[in-house]
Design a protein around this ligand. Structure first.
Ligand SMILES: [Zn+2]
Length: 310
């Protein structure tokens, strides 16, 4: 499961309760109070503790079904780690909220011939399809290599829980058919649902393109983009993620004692919470940080450089 947000928490719950033997949960974010309207695995205490979503979700799912092996990875999916995180599973479920990550998932899926269940929801509508390398078009066949220009994002309009429930449930239905070996029952297309406008339709897949750069010609552009030093503004959250270049392991103890002189520092579970300069920073062990209270990537990078160090 890539992403434990709205779609991911609903789909993971259904899959684990259905008894899939193993599930790896990958998420880069922490729980916040604004998530609780739709992210059904979390509660107010998770938000108060700023728990990493992968950790909070894993504990809830283990409590729901002890017979399923649930493994959490508090990580941002990047070109550097995507194959290690996804390359060895039977099926990938898309719980992400952005096309940059979906293109990485698609590259790994095509390269390692792993089916994946695309899903996206915003406002009151959503889309889903099971993409099987070699059998259906891939994400690049369907949308091209670029992020489709969305007139609305959850930044501007939010998303209501009912459409999340519908899309995630459709994702799980296809996942269960595939895992049960019932490929004859799969939907042969992309399903679009709008729970407010009462629309529901499935468009049959177009033929696969032999000229598709990804599944036709075997070029994996998202995986080949090797720059890891990135800042990303999180959807609708007034939060920017800063990711330093390269692999690094941060010593929370060293940093806590250094920063205690200039601000307030609190050690959480798998995070360090720093309040300094009227900003809040959540730092993860892999060196990533969420800088809260800013929208400007440059401002977030400069706070990171000043207090944590690039
Ligand atoms: Zn393709």
């Amino acid at each position: 499961m890539v992403g434990l947000g709205a779609l991911g928490t609903v789909a993971a719950t259904q899959l684990v309760r259905a008894g899939v033997g193993y599930m790896r949960l990958i998420d880069r974010d922490i729980v916040e109070a604004s998530n609780l309207q739709r992210q059904v695995l979390f509660d107010e205490s998770d938000a108060a503790l700023h728990l990493p979503k992968a950790l909070a979700a894993a504990e809830k799912l283990r409590a729901a079904s002890s017979g399923v092996a649930v493994e959490e990875r508090i990580a941002d999916l990047t070109p550097r780690n995507a194959e290690a995180l996804l390359g060895d599973v039977d099926l990938i479920v898309d719980g992400t909220d952005n096309f940059q990550t979906r293109h990485l998932v698609n590259d790994v899926a095509v390269k390692h011939r792993i089916p994946w269940v695309y899903g996206g929801a915003v406002s009151s509508y959503g889309t889903t399809a099971l993409l099987r390398p070699g059998k259906t078009p891939c994400l690049v066949c369907l949308f091209g290599a670029l992020t489709p220009a969305a007139p609305e994002t959850c930044d501007t309009v939010g998303v209501i829980a009912p459409v999340v429930g519908v899309i995630a449930s459709l994702q799980v239905a296809e996942a269960l058919k595939y895992l049960a070996g019932r490929e004859d029952a799969l939907r042969d297309g992309i399903t679009y649902v709008d729970v407010w406008a009462n629309q529901w339709r499935t468009v049959r897949f177009p033929p696969r393109s032999a000229q598709c750069p990804c599944c036709g010609l075997g070029r994996f552009d998202a995986l080949a983009a090797r720059s890891d030093a990135l800042t990303i503004s999180f959807c609708g959250r007034n939060t920017v993620q800063v990711r330093p270049d390269g692999e690094r392991e941060v010593s929370f103890a060293d940093l806590a004692s250094r920063l205690a002189r200039v601000g307030s520092v609190r050690l959480g579970r798998e995070t360090l919470r720093i309040e300094v300069d009227k900003a809040q920073i959540t730092l993860f062990r892999d060196g990533r940080a969420l800088v809260h209270g800013v929208d400007d990537p440059a401002a977030a990078r400069s706070l990171y450089a000043r207090y944590i160090g690039m």
